[in-house]
Design a binder for this molecule. Sequence first.
Ligand SMILES: *[C@@H]1O[C@H](CO)[C@@H](O)[C@H](O)[C@H]1NC(C)=O
Ligand SMILES: *[C@@H]1O[C@H](CO)[C@@H](O)[C@H](O)[C@H]1NC(C)=O
Ligand SMILES: *[C@@H]1O[C@H](CO)[C@@H](O)[C@H](O)[C@H]1NC(C)=O
Length: 191
Amino acid sequence: MGTKLFHTLLLLSYALSNVIGEETGFVGTLHPKSLGLHKKQTLSHFKFYWHDIVSSGANSTSATVIPPLPKYNTSTSFGMVNVMDNPLTLGPEMGSKLVGRAEGFYALTSQSQINLLMVMNFALFEGKYNGSTITIVGRNAVSENEKDIPVVGGSGIFKFAKGYAHAKTYFFDPKTGDATTEYNVYVLHNE
Ligand SMILES: *[C@@H]1O[C@H](CO)[C@@H](O)[C@H](O)[C@H]1NC(C)=O
Ligand SMILES: *[C@@H]1O[C@H](CO)[C@@H](O)[C@H](O)[C@H]1NC(C)=O
Ligand SMILES: *[C@@H]1O[C@H](CO)[C@@H](O)[C@H](O)[C@H]1NC(C)=O
């Protein structure tokens, strides 16, 4: 093969693969177009209810895997960790249409207040969102009735996503700890 033809083919393959500049085999720079990032983003708003059921024995949706640490301020449950597989429903009732699940955990991370670090994947089931996830990581001060928790990314339709989830207490039973929270999720994504 002639050198000139070789260079032409090389340039052509760079153009087709959207590689900008050098490709070392370990790292290269891509044109954002190659992953659809040149298109206008979509701002979606999802609304659903999150059910954290801790009082129902084997039927609980959320379980304490690390109990509060007694040597710290016991009124803040510091150190406690719950793992959840919580239903997300269209309406506030548990029996309402299931539109997804919140899989993740929350940890009690303040020694002076009841504050949670929440780490959750909202796995959605509906239509074109089925199989895609929205990842939420952030602080949730239980004493505040309404709060915003960051959307840090996602998968499927939500790759490169960002935004926030507005959480508002709908129901809380201080005796059992069971809670229903209304979530309004505002998410910018590329598909
Ligand atoms: C779990 O759910 C089943 C079916 O609804 C019910 O019969 C059972 O009493 C529940 N168990 C507890 C511990 O709530
Ligand atoms: C323990 O937590 C309570 C709130 O639940 C708070 O009022 C109190 O100040 C905390 N004590 C210390 C020593 O931080
Ligand atoms: C979502 O996808 C799963 C697996 O592909 C499928 O079994 C399920 O029926 C789908 N759910 C909806 C609501 O389309």
